[in-house]
Design a protein around this ligand. Structure first.
Ligand SMILES: [Cu+2]
Length: 183
């Protein structure tokens, strides 16, 4: 069983892990990347999502939409500036309602400051997760993760009024449209 966990890790020196896909041939007992119930659905295996770009002016998650299988881990790696990866959920803030599957762990990274710092979270509960960066939520720094199938749940529901930034709402709508196709 995969333990549901959320922790900060440093992968310096384990660079091969930080490039999505390249780890595949290096790991034994690897489950097939292509499969699942979707008849050819493509899953990212333990993907790395970059936070920001080489320039601190880039305020976004590079790879803002990923689809993984339940039990897989997503790694966020800081490129520049200060960013977090924080699930839309009342437990992570006092404002936003949940936009993750019912019963799922609302992940929330520390504020990462040093290039190369990483945070990882293992996703156990199937469904759709919407998340944001604390300092840049209002600037549309948001992302979406589909675990398994895009099951109906908070992550696909209409965007609540508490998420008030127009640019953020637009970005989430785009991501949700993509997620709905991951059946
Ligand atoms: Cu940010």
């Amino acid at each position: 069983m995969v333990k549901q966990s959320s922790r900060r890790v440093f992968l310096k020196g384990l660079g091969f892990l930080s490039v999505s896909g390249l780890a595949l041939p290096l790991v034994g007992c690897q489950h097939n990347k292509v499969g699942g119930g979707g008849g050819g659905a493509i899953f990212d295996k333990n993907p790395t999502i970059l936070m920001g770009g080489e320039s601190s002016a880039v305020v976004e998650f590079i790879k803002d939409r990923v689809r993984i299988e339940a039990g897989d881990t997503v790694i966020w790696e800081l490129q520049s500036s200060g960013h977090t990866a924080t699930a839309y959920h009342p437990d992570t803030n006092n404002v936003f309602p949940s936009r993750i599957p019912d019963g799922a762990v609302p992940f929330d990274s520390p504020l990462l400051f040093t290039k190369g710092d990483t945070y990882e979270h293992t996703f156990v509960t199937e469904g759709v997760y919407n998340y944001y960066c604390r300092p840049h939520e209002g600037q549309g720094m948001v992302g979406i993760i589909v675990v398994g199938k895009a099951l109906d749940g908070p992550g696909l529901e209409p965007i609540q009024p508490e998420i008030s930034s127009v640019v953020t709402r637009r970005k989430l709508e785009e991501l949700i449209e993509w997620a709905k196709q991951q059946t």
